[in-house]
Design a protein around this ligand. Sequence first.
Ligand code: ADP
Ligand code: ADP
Ligand code: MG
Length: 583
Amino acid sequence: MRIAVLNRDRCQPKKCTYECQRFCPRVRTGDATVIIGDDGKPIISEELCVGCGICIKKCPFGAITIIGLPEELREMETHRYGANGFALYGLPIPQKGKVTGILGPNGIGKSTAVRILAGALKPNLGEENPSWDEIIGRYRGSELQEYMRKLSKDKLLAVQKPQDIDLLASRSSKVSEFLKGVDERGMLNELLTRLDIEHVLDRRLSELSGGELQRLAIVACAARDADFYFFDEITPYLDIHQRIKAARLIQELAEKRTIVIVEHDLAILDLLADAVHIAYGTPGAYGVITHPKGIRVGINEYLRGFLPEENIRIRPREIKFEVHAPRVQKGIPPLVKFDAFTKKYPGFVLDAKGGEILKGEVLGIVGPNAIGKSTFAKVLAGVIMPDVGSIDLKVKISYKPQYLRGVDVTVETLLRSATKELGTSHYNTEVIVPLQLERLLDQSVAELSGGELQRVAIATCLSREADLYILDEPSAHLDVEQRTLATRMMRRFAENNEVSILVVDHDIYMIDLLSDRLMVFEGEPGKRGEALGPFDMRDGMNRFLKSADITFRRDEDTKRPRVNKPDSRLDREQKAKGEYYYQ
Ligand code: ADP
Ligand code: ADP
Ligand code: MG
């Protein structure tokens, strides 16, 4: 079975001469394999297309994909966005009293699946407008049958927390107005207190930080009284404390309700969800939602890159974790030493002890929000000056800020301004392929999505010639796959080029996989921060997790870190030994 997919956003009929149609060998023999639709864009007939792939190569905009699909999927088509549109196979099965996760890359159909479950999109089973009876019939005998029946009768109330909370920031309304009417369970005040955001009630949405908006959006959703709740990512902009608090709040909500979440922070997904569906396929073309797996097994299969039940390899390589802290390598020369400094803002002061950054190392930076991590990064990068002490590292520095802004030039132009290497095969393998930038090169940076902009910003930062690279929260907006690729790429980059990298991030898996040593920020968020270290990984993790009051155990099979239940036997034992992470 073959499906042809036309990415309608990329197709630009005004700028081309229908090469896809002109060069289709079947068209030349008189078959109408490629016809032009009402919107001027081509439609490829799936009956007639032989999958030769010529149109894919001829399209100057990379808009066409042709995919061979396993026969078994034929009966599973849940939804198709029109002729040659994205196709979704399978559906997650929401369960009352449980949190069900969906784990998979962006563009694989997770939101589509959720819109179907929330009753916002009637699934078409890949056909022309099927009746509800046909749809319910499709799920006969499965738990989805009853669910679909309720949906068809409009008897299901669904609420959702959208992924893109930045959209909220463009509203000038007051927080109290935004929350008007959501207090359906009479718990609003308690929820606000639990996520520490009572203080924002009198402000305007446009004045809130990313982390405040995220927590507000979670509260607004959880305060409602619905049957079905969907949370599309809860961790962006939150520190590990806030992530865990939000996860616990959602777990309690699930006691009597049905919850589906999408989450790319694996440590949090693991803590939060009872079961997980893995979504795989080709982003933008088709996606398959697997049957539910237990959360532990599901994440393990995902990390191994192989789904045994489905017999599908989703990644060529396994993702592995270190059980023991990496050995401290002695005798590596420092790249730079920096002196102690102080930076003050009205109401906030950051004190940093002096330290050194070793040649070729990746130095991780962890700590709660509003403690001065970005301020520290900016001082080292020379973007701002300290108030006490002076920092002049005398090495070349390339810096990626936390908050990114799109400029109106193409990605290619932007990268060319940073490097002469663009277009070489070396640059391709080192940067373009792992950051999945091939298809973005001719797009305007101003029009990119959050995840695309992040990958372009990482690429631009690493493309400049420098001795020290400083990246502030590179995991933000990336899916698990992209985090993994970016992590591996940054490590390789430091090793191959013998340059040093400083990375601020909240994703504990990413920090563990990336860093050789750690700096830990402590203090009182929003008031004062202290930059400590660098420490070796064991000391750094212990220090950081102790202040966050969290311990991790190891999964028996994959050795990946898993958050311990507070006050469980392991939690108490590890705290007593002072081993919060590496055992
Ligand atoms: P995810 O949530 O996994 O990122 P989505 O379900 O949002 O994925 O999207 C999957 C694919 O479906 C994307 O390639 C997107 O372009 C396409 N798509 C989403 N909504 C529509 C729509 N209304 N019409 C046509 N295509 C759509
Ligand atoms: P982190 O990166 O750890 O979240 P930041 O370094 O961004 O923290 O901010 C630390 C504190 O300094 C916060 O309370 C923030 O509001 C404040 N702050 C940061 N930049 C400025 C600025 N330009 N003017 C005033 N206050 C600032
Ligand atoms: Mg920051």
